[in-house]
Design a protein around this ligand. Structure first.
Ligand SMILES: Nc1ncnc2c1ncn2[C@@H]1O[C@H](COP(=O)(O)OP(=O)(O)OP(=O)(O)O)[C@@H](O)[C@H]1O
Ligand SMILES: [Mg+2]
Length: 271
């Protein structure tokens, strides 16, 4: 996927605000590209643009050379936090989309759904309702819902947000295995640097709003990976680099907000 000089603004007249400005980015095939950036900088806006839910005002977004002109379920799937329908079981949730579209023969769909439910470790919870699942299981069921569409690019917007620390770690480990087993092109938005470092092949660090790419860090940690690698000197160095950029961006937004500069100086010295 290629984003070429993409800009996007919202609002009318004097309220019009540019959120994404001249953003260029290449999402490499069969790699996991993590996107990190200051809170509110426009990460979800970028996700909406990638998925075709929004169209850029300027610039182009292409997937395998073809422009993205609208949402397409089979090629791009956004993994949404709240995608599960509470009145459907795990299995019913997984087959819901393809059944609605009628784009898969029934037998094939059933086999594929059961295989994916197995992959995400929910075989015993196939016929349970979302409320009967733990938080981590719900996320895995959502993952299964996205995977059934066999998306060419899987776009995830902070999929593990809101999980407790332990469950989040388990999900990270689970997702690592999943990515390492099956080649797929992933875009993974997260506000957790360590999550980005352990999962990603490259990390795109965004600037403040109006956002664009500040830096792309290649993450050369070996695969298969595990969470212990986060304590390696290499991982520490990636974290330091990304923190430095994010810190600069945060300082800019403080300045932009007209914050007292003595405070800023004191804060800089402290950091
Ligand atoms: N459809 C829209 N209409 C108007 N403004 C919007 C729309 N979508 C996003 N924005 C604005 O764009 C800005 C960036 O929002 P966005 O949700 O993309 O940021 P984010 O980086 O995902 O934030 P967070 O860290 O909270 O997830 C916000 O100021 C928001 O108000
Ligand atoms: Mg967001």
């Amino acid at each position: 996927m290629i984003l070429d000089n993409v800009s996007k603004a919202f609002g009318e007249d004097w309220e019009r605000e540019t959120v994404v400005e001249n953003l260029s980015l290449t999402v490499k095939r069969n790699q996991l590209t993590a996107i990190v950036g200051p809170s509110g900088c426009g990460k979800s806006t970028i996700v909406n643009l990638l998925a075709g839910f929004e169209l850029p005002d300027e610039g182009t977004i292409t997937l395998d050379g073809k422009p993205v002109t609208g949402p397409s379920k089979s090629s791009l799937v956004v993994f949404q936090e709240t995608a599960l329908m509470p009145w459907l079981t795990t299995y019913q949730n997984v087959v819901f989309g393809p059944e609605l579209r009628g784009d898969m023969p029934k037998n094939e769909l059933k086999a594929a759904a059961d295989k994916i439910i197995e992959t995400v470790g929910l075989r015993e919870f196939r016929d349970k309702y979302p409320l009967q699942l733990s938080g981590g299981m719900q996320r895995r069921a959502e993952l299964a819902r996205a995977l059934i569409n066999q998306p060419v690019v899987m776009i995830m917007d902070e999929p593990f947000r809101g999980l407790d620390a332990m469950t989040r770690q388990l999900m990270q480990e689970f997702y690592l295995r999943l990515c390492e087993q099956e080649a797929r092109t992933n875009v993974f938005v997260t506000s957790e640097l360590e999550e980005a470092i352990i999962l990603a092949d490259s990390i795109v660090v965004l600037s403040n709003k109006p956002t664009s790419v500040r830096e792309v860090l290649q993450i050369d940690l070996p695969r298969p990976r595990n969470l212990d690698m986060l304590s390696s000197p290499e991982a520490y160095e990636y974290k330091r680099q990304a923190m430095e950029i994010l810190h600069e961006e945060a300082m800019k937004s403080f300045k932009g907000a007209g914050t007292n500069s003595d405070f800023l100086e004191a804060y800089s010295r402290r950091a």
